[in-house]
Design a protein around this ligand. Structure first.
Ligand code: ADP
Ligand code: MG
Length: 250
């Protein structure tokens, strides 16, 4: 679903991604772990083209992100073509980013109405189902300020799913939550994984990575240092830097 080859990204003089190589298989959960500042968020933002890469190749579902080939040459996509690529990729952020002036239901129907041009009745029916799927059937008319962090994050997940994405990106989805609401969000993510959703998850929840991930990738200083099964990377890491990071996590 994702093939990243030697992906480079810099901010001014700061080289943030220094040649990312990573493959995410269709229907699998990949957890991306690594120290703060290693470029995990930047990489996710490149995958859904919130950032533009400066070197290497990045493809989602066989399509280059941000480019198309024509007569054997690379052409940069136009804004509406980039928006079309982005619409197929769901993203969930640490700080939810819900629309504060809209109810849970309105948050979930907004993009399907505006982008997918669904009629209102269809959008409401689907949003109602999705909010039930994340356990919020009784919160349709609540505003974000009336919901706990865990509930807000579940609305954010339902909102992303409403676009029927082929890939879901999660950037530390539980890092801003009170400890008692972390579990309910991880439970929803576990359910999505069980249904076969392809997921790339930046997380510090090692229990989730161990129990749910098919692949764990460890990033440091703008590169994927090692990737493998949770057993390989978390129990038998090949690299000293991975061992040091894991030791600090305990
Ligand atoms: P992580 O998510 O692994 O903590 P980030 O991808 O957020 O890492 O950041 C990697 C590096 O890039 C950090 O040094 C950060 O300060 C820098 N960085 C991130 N976004 C920007 C930006 N928009 N402008 C300048 N520097 C940035
Ligand atoms: Mg980050």
């Amino acid at each position: 679903m994702i093939v990243a080859t030697d992906v480079h990204k810099r901010y001014g003089k700061l080289e943030v991604l220094r040649g990312i190589d990573l493959t995410v298989q269709r229907g699998e959960v990949t957890c991306l772990i690594g120290p703060s500042g290693s470029g995990k968020s930047t990489f996710l933002r490149c995958v859904n083209r919130l950032e533009r890469i400066e070197g290497g190749r990045l493809a989602v579902d066989g399509e280059l992100i941000g480019y198309k080939t024509k007569h054997g040459r690379l052409h940069e996509l136009r804004e509406h073509e980039i928006a079309a690529q982005r619409a197929q990729i769901g993203m969930v952020f640490q700080h939810f980013h819900l629309f504060a002036h809209m109810t849970a239901l309105e948050n979930v129907i907004e993009a399907p109405l505006r982008v997918l041009k669904l009629d209102r009745a269809t959008a409401v029916a689907r949003a109602t189902d999705l909010l039930a799927q994340v356990g919020l059937e009784d919160k349709l008319d609540s505003f974000p300020s009336q919901l706990s962090g865990g509930q807000q994050q579940r609305v954010a997940i339902a909102r992303a799913l409403a676009m029927k994405p082929k890939l879901m990106l999660f950037d530390e989805p539980t890092s801003a939550l009170d400890p008692e609401t972390v579990g309910e969000v991880l439970e929803v993510m576990r359910g999505l994984a069980a249904e076969g959703m392809t997921m790339l998850v930046v997380t510090h929840e090692m229990g989730f990575a161990r129990g749910v991930a098919d692949t764990v990738a460890f990033m440091d200083e703008g590169r994927v240092i090692e990737a493998g099964t949770p057993e390989q990377v978390l129990e038998q890491p090949a690299h000293a830097r991975t061992r040091e990071f894991l030791a600090r996590m305990l």
